[in-house]
Write a protein that binds this ligand. Structure first.
Ligand code: 4GY
Length: 248
């Protein structure tokens, strides 16, 4: 998968050089290129922003550098027509399903905004998608761009070593994760649940499933998909103590 990111802060993208994403790039599963928006200005000052028409506070990102950058990217990356993503709080919320849909694309271009906003003609004339990573306002589009790359890349075959962990992830099944433990069996008076030390694989599987159901009911009942629950889940739910969840 090819991903091109257009930004005024190319140096902000070191997180994509490490860990799972860094390795996926080294292995050729992911081809990420970072483009400096200022390289697509034509004036002496390499100006990427200007005062807003109609007045008001702050500056607006200019339209021409974004169009020039996307033209250059399309020229260099011949092939299928890329989705062009603008990240903003006005966008479609990023979810598991949106990330998986993006992962099916051969080529994505992500445009990072700054200042008060981007000239609306970038949205109208260039973007195919507008995506939000959450209901809060950041100072720029770089972190949202990296969040999108992270979330989508997990769905590319081979990027995550254990494909089963991608298939079973919280939002695939509409259930939050179960609690994890490793050695030692007791730490400052806190014991690892006995069932996990028992070696009884089916009891462990049922305990984990019950924990996922309990946590989802307690914390994110909106995620529970009734149709995804099986017979055993209904039995486990009946056994769950409505007050057994974590306080408050
Ligand atoms: N939330 N989800 C977000 C954001 C910052 C000014 C436009 C978000 O996606 N992007 O808060 N972005 C702003 C900064 C220009 C983007």
């Amino acid at each position: 998968m090819k991903i091109d990111i257009v930004t005024i802060f190319p140096e902000a993208f070191t997180p994509l050089q490490v860990s799972v994403i860094g390795r996926a790039r080294e292995r050729g599963l992911l081809d990420v290129r970072i483009w400096d928006l200022r390289d697509f200005t034509t004036d002496r000052h390499r100006q990427v922003d200007d005062a807003p028409y109609g007045g008001g506070a702050g500056m607006v990102m200019k339209v021409e550098p974004f169009f020039a950058a996307v033209d250059a990217i399309r020229a260099q990356r011949a092939g299928a027509t890329p989705r062009v993503i603008l990240t903003s709080p006005q966008g479609r919320p990023l979810t598991h399903d949106v990330a998986r849909e993006l992962a099916r694309e051969k080529h994505l271009i992500i445009l990072c905004g700054h200042y008060e906003g981007i000239d609306e003609r970038v949205r109208e004339g260039l973007a195919t998608d507008e995506i939000s990573v959450g209901d809060y306002v950041l100072t720029g589009g770089e972190l949202p761009a990296m969040v999108i790359v992270e979330a989508a890349a997990r769905f590319i075959a081979g990027v995550v070593g254990d494909a089963a962990s991608v298939a079973a992830d919280s939002f695939a099944e509409g259930l939050l994760d179960y609690p994890h433990y490793t050695r030692p069996p007791e730490f400052r008076g806190r014991r690892v649940p006995e069932v996990l030390l028992s070696g009884h694989h089916d009891a462990i599987r049922r305990w984990r499933r019950a924990q996922r159901l309990q946590r989802t009911l307690d914390r994110r009942p909106d995620l529970l998909k009734a149709e995804a629950l099986g017979e055993e889940d209904h039995r486990l739910l009946e056994d769950l103590d409505v007050d057994a969840g974590e306080s408050p």
